[in-house]
Design a protein around this ligand. Structure first.
Ligand code: PEP
Length: 253
């Protein structure tokens, strides 16, 4: 069975105090409402990694992640943050290839493949994002398009390494727009991706890989999306900034 994961993506939001308040609320609700069986990840901006990790403390089931890492190990790359640094601050996850990184920072599949490798070498679990534009969805070529993103970004990995990766299918037209893929659209893509993985790495690995859905997931649509056979969790942007909404999404799983 794939691990069930609900991951928040704070993007470039939250001052220090705001981040501390949000994290405390999430940790308290998570414990008071006896949530279990789902791994919760807070993917925070770099300066929050250490303080958020400290606030989570010994709470079981909540992990910290980053939203990006350098494709280089270390050295003269002013302004960059390495995967090894992220891991050294106690993070377990790193988002790689979010559509905002692909479109605003011109990150292509070759660069993302390097980032995935370096994240794995540093002991981090990459949450590899993929997803199609509205144009591609309307042209009906979304499935081959997203399969290609997986092939280019991940299929150079050994089977052992691939098995450590988490995938997030995030249709670009659904991110931050309030438009959500229907649960059937999500299931269709997730199932196609699992078959694609099975063809490359075998059925056993494909059956174990967590494939998350992301794109305007909210408390009122989460249950429907998360009930689908091949949807193993969610990557949540906007709704992860509100403790009650984020916890309600987790509880709807
Ligand atoms: C995201 O940033 O990965 C995301 C899915 O955002 P939102 O939930 O706001 O659409």
């Amino acid at each position: 069975m794939p691990k069930k994961i609900i991951a928040g993506n704070w993007k470039m939001n939250m001052t220090f105090d705001e981040g501390q308040k949000l994290t405390s609320e999430i940790v308290n609700m998570y414990q008071d409402e006896s949530i279990s069986g789902v791994e919760v990840v807070l993917n925070v901006p770099f300066p929050h990694l250490m303080p958020v990790k400290k606030l989570i403390g010994k709470a079981q089931g909540i992990e910290v992640g980053a939203q990006n890492c350098s494709d280089q190990a270390s050295g003269a790359y002013t302004g960059e943050v390495s995967a090894q640094m992220i891991a050294s601050f106690g993070a377990k996850y790193v988002i790689i290839g979010h559509s905002e990184r692909r479109s605003l920072f011109q990150e292509d599949n070759d660069l993302l493949a390097k980032k995935v490798k370096i994240a794995l070498d540093s002991g981090l679990t990459p949450i590899f994002c993929c997803g199609e534009s509205l144009e591609i969805r309307e042209a009906g070529t979304h499935i081959p398009n997203v399969k290609f993103q997986l092939t280019q970004g991940l299929f150079d990995l050994s089977a052992e390494n691939f098995a450590k990766v988490v995938i997030a299918y995030e249709p670009i037209w659904a991110i931050g727009t309030g438009k959500t893929a229907s649960s059937d659209q999500a299931q269709e893509m997730h199932s196609a991706l699992r078959k694609h993985i099975a063809a490359q790495y075998g059925k056993e690995i494909a059956a174990e890989v967590s494939i998350l859905y992301g794109g305007s997931m909210k408390p009122d649509n989460a249950q429907d999306l998360l009930s689908k056979k091949d949807v193993d969790g969610g990557l949540i942007g906007g709704a992860s900034l509100k403790s009650r909404d984020f916890i309600d999404i987790i509880k709807s799983y």
